[in-house]
Ligand binder design. Structure first.
Ligand code: ADP
Ligand code: MG
Length: 212
């Protein structure tokens, strides 16, 4: 994996976010302030504009470059959280990320998710993006432990992400802006859970396609 892999993942994330912009905007209008998808697209558009710089780098520096750009462009609560995810992953990647095993990716992703947890102080059940990120990281670690081949992992994770995203609908929000609504936050999918799930699904599909 290298800067080109990172850029391919960014492209995949961008395509799905564009396709679901109205839907995610509506979710954040229901339990937030409506800006989540626009914050995120501002960041991802900025990443697309620096394609050559990202593609020229090795895996960890490319992730780190993308992380800093997201920090300076996304804003909202989610900007620093997406920064933490990519920066945490970069820190765990080290210098030998060109030929990563499932186990290696599992460790790197888990480190990224830990960094988000430290920043946002949300665990499972608070109705945030963590309700997608944590189950995906856990399942990825299990699949790595049972030595599943990459194709099976890339097929399984989008399903975990989708079920986890749907489960946020009935949760009571206890973190972020949606928590101000109390019981009225129930019955709506969390926008950050939806955007994270869509990006995970798109990235897995893209990585699977590039392997085929
Ligand atoms: P803001 O709430 O500042 O407008 P955004 O609209 O960019 O921020 O992002 C909202 C999303 O951020 C939520 O849908 C939720 O998934 C996520 N979020 C909010 N607070 C936290 C937190 N403490 N930890 C993890 N995710 C959070
Ligand atoms: Mg918002």
């Amino acid at each position: 994996m290298n800067g080109k892999t990172v850029m391919a993942c960014i492209e995949a994330a961008h395509a799905t976010l564009k396709e679901h912009t109205d839907e995610i905007a509506a979710l954040d209008q229901q339990i937030g302030d409506g800006d989540h998808i626009f914050n995120l697209l501002r960041g991802v558009d900025a990443l697309l504009a620096m394609r050559a710089d990202i593609e020229a780098k090795a895996f960890a520096p490319a992730l780190d470059l993308a992380a800093s750009k997201l920090l300076s462009t996304v804003g909202g609560s989610s900007g620093p959280l997406f920064f933490s995810l990519l920066h945490g992953m970069a820190q765990a990647s080290g210098n030998h990320a060109d030929a990563l095993s499932v186990d290696g990716v599992a460790r790197i992703f888990a480190a990224g998710v830990d960094a988000v947890a430290q920043r946002g102080k949300a665990g499972i059940g608070s109705k945030t993006m963590m309700d997608v990120l944590i189950p995906v990281a856990s399942r990825l670690a299990e699949l790595a432990d049972s030595e599943e081949p990459p194709e099976a992992v890339l097929d399984a994770l989008p399903q975990v992400a989708e079920a986890s995203m749907l489960a946020t609908r009935d949760m009571l929000a206890t973190k972020g802006r949606a928590s101000f609504l109390g019981e009225r936050s129930r019955g709506h999918i969390d926008p950050g859970a939806r955007s994270s799930q869509l990006m995970i699904g798109a990235v897995c599909a893209r990585l699977a396609q590039d392997r085929a």
